[in-house]
Design a protein around this ligand. Structure first.
Ligand code: ADP
Ligand code: MG
Length: 250
């Protein structure tokens, strides 16, 4: 479903992603872990072109999300040409990013109405059903600031799902939450996993990763240093950086 080919990213002199080669199948759940500053967010953001890699390519369903060909020449896709990718690849951020002046339901139907050009009635019906799925239908007419962080993040997930994505990216979806609110967000992600959603999740929740991931990727200093099943990942102890990381988290 997704393949990155020799991705490199520089911010000025700073080499933030170093020759990243990564592949995932439809239906897979990949968890990315690693120390702060290792390039996890940047990597995730390249996957739906919020960030353009300095070199390399990314294929989604066998098609480049970065380039199109004109007369055999590779040309950057720009602006509206990126919309199909951003529709098919949904993203949820650490900081919920809801529109504060729109109600919960308005937040969820925004994309379907204005990007997918749905009729209001259909968008509303689907939006309500997504809010029901994340357990927040009764909050549909509230504004985000009347909701807890966990509830806001569940709305953000419903909003991403409203675009009917084939792949969902989560960047530390529970890091901004009080401990008692983390579970409700993880449960929504677990529900999506059960339904077969393909997902890439950056998280420090190691129990969650252990139970849910098909694969765990460990990033350090811009590189993928380990790509293993949870069983292999937690059983092997030969990598000093991974041990150090796990010791600091638990
Ligand atoms: P992580 O998510 O693993 O904490 P990031 O991908 O956010 O790591 O950051 C990787 C490195 O890239 C860090 O050194 C960070 O300072 C740098 N970086 C990230 N975004 C930018 C940016 N927009 N401009 C300059 N440097 C950036
Ligand atoms: Mg990050």
């Amino acid at each position: 479903m997704l393949k990155t080919l020799h991705i490199n990213k520089y911010f000025g002199e700073d080499h933030v992603l170093k020759d990243i080669n990564f592949e995932m199948d439809a239906g897979e759940i990949v968890v990315i872990v690693g120390p702060s500053g290792s390039g996890k967010s940047t990597f995730l953001r390249t996957m739906n072109v919020l960030e353009r890699p300095t070199s390399g390519d990314i294929l989604f369903m066998d098609e480049s999300i970065l380039y199109k060909k004109i007369n055999e020449k590779k040309v950057h896709k720009k602006g509206k040409e990126l919309t199909p990718t951003r529709t098919e690849i949904g993203m949820v951020f650490q900081s919920f990013n809801l529109f504060p002046h729109k109600t919960v339901l308005q937040n969820v139907v925004e994309g379907p109405l204005f990007v997918r050009k749905y009729e209001k009635e259909q968008a509303t019906k689907e939006g309500e059903s997504l809010l029901e799925k994340v357990g927040l239908l009764e909050k549909k007419n509230q504004y985000p600031d009347a909701l807890s962080g966990g509830q806001q993040q569940r709305v953000a997930i419903a909003r991403a799902l409203a675009m009917n994505p084939k792949l969902m990216l989560f960047d530390e979806p529970t890091s901004a939450l009080d401990p008692e609110l983390i579970g409700e967000v993880l449960n929504v992600i677990k529900k999506l996993a059960k339904e077969g959603m393909t997902m890439v999740i950056v998280t420090h929740e190691m129990n969650f990763a252990r139970n849910l991931a098909d694969r765990i990727i460990f990033m350090d200093q811009g590189k993928i240093v380990r790509n293993a099943s949870p069983k292999e990942f937690f059983n092997s102890t030969e990598n000093k950086r991974i041990n150090q990381f796990l010791a600091n988290i638990d």
